[in-house]
Write a protein that binds this ligand. Structure first.
Ligand code: ATP
Length: 233
């Protein structure tokens, strides 16, 4: 089942094109990594899909429904999870309060117990979000994105600041979501992360069309040298 279809999408800011004629199709259980150097348009792409930024042209279909404008229905939002930017969270709430708040957004949220089994945030529950370390905050943001049992998950640089163990735990969690049929779109600057998790890699480039790389037939070294040639950080 195709969860997301993007066809010939274009977006410019003040006459500067971010992407043009961009197409992407993501099926249930598929992980797609979107790579590219700083400022190439990875977050803008996510925002266009989520309806937070208006695209200039092209078509976006989510769960088979054509999106005709920026409005995304409540029913649709129930079906996706997003790792938000740190600034989008009220730092004065404890992690437990954040979870309760997010549970209230969904018809069928997971329990706190189920969530802490999925992501190791139990020791953080009674701390205020603002006092957590950067890596701990990322871990909580990842957990919050899973509360609604999403079928489509957007992860915008989810492992920034995470130590190796925490990152590897998140990778295992992503692998497990994938086997449950969750479609995942991931942006990252960690090439090993993309290589480990993704079924395909989309390389966004400045002033050149995006390229879909067949990573399952590439070695990590081949992927690195392709990306380095394209000046990816
Ligand atoms: N609201 C906006 N108004 C004008 N220009 C914008 C706006 N948002 C983003 N841009 C520009 O669009 C381009 C793409 O930005 P975007 O944040 O999507 O890049 P990115 O690939 O996610 O970067 P990074 O890897 O640094 O997170 C950048 O040149 C940025 O300055």
């Amino acid at each position: 089942m195709t969860i997301l279809s993007i066809t010939n999408l274009s977006k410019s800011y003040a006459n500067t094109a971010v992407f043009n004629d961009f197409s992407l199709h993501v099926k249930a259980g598929e992980v797609v990594a979107v790579l590219g150097e700083n400022g190439v348009g990875k977050t803008t792409l996510m925002r266009c899909i989520l309806g937070l930024t208006a695209a200039d042209g092209g078509a976006i279909k989510l769960f088979g429904e054509q999106q005709t404008n920026r409005y995304r229905s409540a029913a649709l939002k129930e079906r996706w999870g997003v790792v938000m930017q740190v600034g989008a969270v009220n730092g004065q709430l404890t992690v437990h309060e954040q979870i309760q708040l997010h549970q209230s957004y969904y018809t069928h949220p997971v329990s706190v117990d189920a969530l802490t089994q999925q992501v190791p945030i139990e020791p953080l529950l009674h701390k205020r979000f603002a006092v957590l370390s950067g890596g701990e905050q990322q871990r909580v943001l990842f957990a919050l994105a899973l509360i609604g049992q999403p079928q489509l998950l957007f992860l915008d640089e989810p492992s920034v600041g995470m130590d190796l163990n925490t990152r590897q735990h998140m990778w295992q969690c992503i692998e497990s979501l994938k086997t449950q049929g969750v479609a995942i779109i991931l942006t990252t600057h960690y090439i090993e992360e993309a290589y480990q998790l993704a079924d395909s890699v989309v390389l966004l480039r400045k002033q050149a069309p995006a390229e879909q790389l067949p990573i399952k037939t590439m070695s990590l070294e081949q992927l690195m040298s392709t990306l380095t040639g394209a000046h990816v950080s």
